[in-house]
Write a protein that binds this ligand. Structure first.
Ligand SMILES: Cc1cc2nc3c(=O)[nH]c(=O)nc-3n(C[C@H](O)[C@H](O)[C@H](O)COP(=O)(O)O)c2cc1C
Length: 380
């Protein structure tokens, strides 16, 4: 009997827990159709908005590569390198809502059993802007979108009331989530920015607003490197650059840290893990921290635009993992999801050599305070 790879996430059934994230792989009808044909369990559309979008002149994404035999990092194409990260300053979809609406309908008719999540974005500065969220949500769900992902995380918005600027403000996160929940007949996921001090604060705000899940991470705010020969940024237009977003292998451990904080704080809630995933081992770290689905962008961009090889590897990896651990009675993702969530602890709870104790940098507690000191894991 072949393994059961399906999952139920925020009440929606997925053939498998692997999604293409909102990005160039999901920017067109033909890409999304190819993605479903390739086997992705779900697709999050490129973010759809109502405001004007004009991208920069020239390339919107480049890939930073590391030499294998030297510390050199560069976007220059050359042999013998390994992928370090993607860097992009691409805005949301430059196609209007009217362009997306019939396409969402057609895709859902052709693939009724595959999950199509509509990523949406609007402002938050006044009631008209807030009502745009509802306009977008109504239009997409009327065409059959299975869920929404609120883009509260695009790192390169000039507008203070949009993208990651919402994701850095707990009140706005709650307000926007609530506004969408008022009209949504399908689950609402909030995609948070990793560019805050304590993402648990923003996750709490999203859940207070009624979010059914958190997706994380969007790209990390970053600059391209400066070429030591030309003294120009490796990516620029007329010599100028603005901050953009880092994705790919470099952000995998960073994004896991954010996810670990959230799944520990909200063990009963739903999370979709994103950041640096290109094979099953990477996805597994997110599952073991408690994620119910994962999403992929950079690796798919580099694999024939929609990642047919990546999804093949992910499906094969999950199948092989379940087979390998069948003696533990693991039959599906739910049987091992979150298994390592509780292994992330304060440093003072990590065992010290020999009999030594460590009290998180505090002096040895005495008297009354001693009873409140954390108990090292080794002595539990
Ligand atoms: C070129 C590019 C465009 C992106 N556009 C969007 C977008 O429109 N909406 C969004 O929510 N995330 C967007 N992202 C972020 C990705 O969905 C994803 O969160 C991020 O790249 C981290 O995943 P990765 O490490 O697999 O690339 C974009 C990423 C890239 C590289």
């Amino acid at each position: 009997m072949s393994a059961d790879l399906s999952v139920l996430f925020t009440g929606v059934r997925f053939d498998n827990p692997f999604l293409l994230s909102s990005a160039p792989p999901t920017e067109s009808e033909s890409n999304i159709v190819r993605a479903f044909e390739a086997g992705w369990g779900g697709v999050v559309t490129k973010t759809i908005g109502l405001h004007p979008v004009v991208n920069v002149r020239g390339p919107k994404t480049k890939f930073l590569r590391a030499d294998v035999d030297s510390p050199r990092l560069s976007m220059k194409k050359r042999a013998g390198t390994a992928l370090h990260s993607s860097w992009n300053w691409e805005l949301i979809s430059d196609k209007p809502l009217d362009w997306w609406v019939p396409r969402i309908g057609r895709i859902k008719k052709a693939f009724p059993d595959r999950v199509l999540v509509a990523s949406i974005m609007a402002g938050s500065g006044n009631d008209t802007e807030l009502s745009h969220w509802q306009t977008l949500a109504r239009a997409c769900q009327d065409e059959g979108a299975d869920a929404f992902e609120l883009n509260l995380s695009c790192p390169h918005m000039d507008r203070q009331d949009m993208g990651s600027n919402i994701g850095k403000d707990q009140q706005l996160i709650s307000v926007v989530t609530q506004i969408v929940k008022e009209v949504a007949r399908v689950p609402v996921w909030a995609k948070l920015t990793p560019s805050t001090t304590d993402i648990v604060v923003e996750a709490r705000a999203a859940f207070l607003g009624g979010a059914d899940a958190i997706s994380s991470s969007n790209t990390f705010t970053s600059l391209p490197l400066i070429d030591p020969e030309t003294l120009e940024f490796e990516m620029n237009v007329d010599g100028f650059v603005s901050t953009g977003g880092l994705g790919g292998p470099a952000i995998l451990p960073l994004s896991l840290a954010k996810m670990g904080q959230m799944t520990k704080a909200f063990p009963e809630k739903s999370f979709s893990g994103i950041g640096g995933i290109s094979n099953f081992d990477h996805a597994l770290s997110y599952f073991l921290l408690g994620c119910g689905t994962v999403q992929v962008c950079t690796a798919a961009m580099l694999d024939r635009a929609v990642g047919p090889g990546v999804i093949r590897g992910l499906l094969h990896g999950l199948e092989a993992f379940l087979e390998k651990h069948s003696d533990r009675g693991w039959k599906r993702l739910e049987d091992f999801r979150g298994l390592r969530r509780d292994r992330v602890v304060p440093q003072s709870e990590i065992a010290r050599p020999g009999e030594s104790d460590y009290h998180g940098g505090h002096d040895v507690p005495e008297g009354y305070a001693a009873s409140e000191a954390p108990v090292p894991v080794a002595s539990k």
